[in-house]
Design a protein around this ligand. Sequence first.
Ligand code: ASP
Length: 326
Amino acid sequence: MTNMLNRRQFLQKGAAASLATTVLFKGAQAMSAPAAKKPVAISTWSHGIPANEAAWKVLKAGGTALDAVEQGVRVPEADPKEMSVGYGGRPDRDGHVTLDACIMDDKGNAGSVCFLEHIKHPISVARLVMEKTPHVMLAGEGALQFALENGFEKEDLLTDEARRQWEDWKTKADYHPEVNIENHDTISMLALDVHGNLSGACTTSGMAYKLHGRVGDSPIIGAGMFCDNEVGGAAATGHGEWVMRTLGSFLVVELMRQGRSPQAACEEAVMRIVKLQPNFDEVQIGYIAINKAGETGAYCLHPGFNYALYEDDKNVLIDAESYLKK
Ligand code: ASP
């Protein structure tokens, strides 16, 4: 079931329960905090709704958070209408669809691919890097070679619509990235399974019309996504350069480790960017976070970032609170 709420209505609804859990959830005590809400899946933007549905099937059947996040983000990766992820993603300046993705499990294992072309499901390649190699990250040609050696199919990911928009853009070639609901972006997903374990995934075609070779935050462990099964997980969307400069997802998790709620931790991570870049008119950043108790939070710089939260058998799209107001 899908409902629309804004963040404030949603917070009011859950305020009492949340306060009780927050009191329990301080620093090291978090590891033994009882009565976590689970399962939970949280993901960025409205494409998080169908992604959460796929993740929820895994979670409700008692599956792992790792399987849930992989299955979840594969939905927008395969959807040609999602023009910021996987198949159908907008190309770089030179017309190449180049993909970035990362995944982390509940044991601190991580896998990632960046600057990968021709593979529809970079998240599954990232998982294989994690599970089958001694490495964390493979890039470009090497990542493609690894994917092909492991049975992935080489495909043309540039759809007619993405090509048309790119041709149109080339008439001016004005690099002016906008990241908001209208052209929503990266899918990042975090899940807490019924066993109490956390995992996360993040996958994107990156900023549209970026320079060839540009890699954003999404495949960088600790920037685009980070999970620590003792504490919680966090993930980002938006202008990756700012997330990378502040190692945003790692920062959110470390703030939760020190006792902040997921909401407060996301707010502080956005404030770091506000301090670094006072001229943030063209910068949008959104964070989502979850802790071991199943509490969630989200925050963004400009209004316009929404996220999908599946808990208590409801899948809800929520407008995140923002630093700047409408
Ligand atoms: N963070 C992604 C990147 O910078 C894109 C996005 O989420 O908007 O590549």
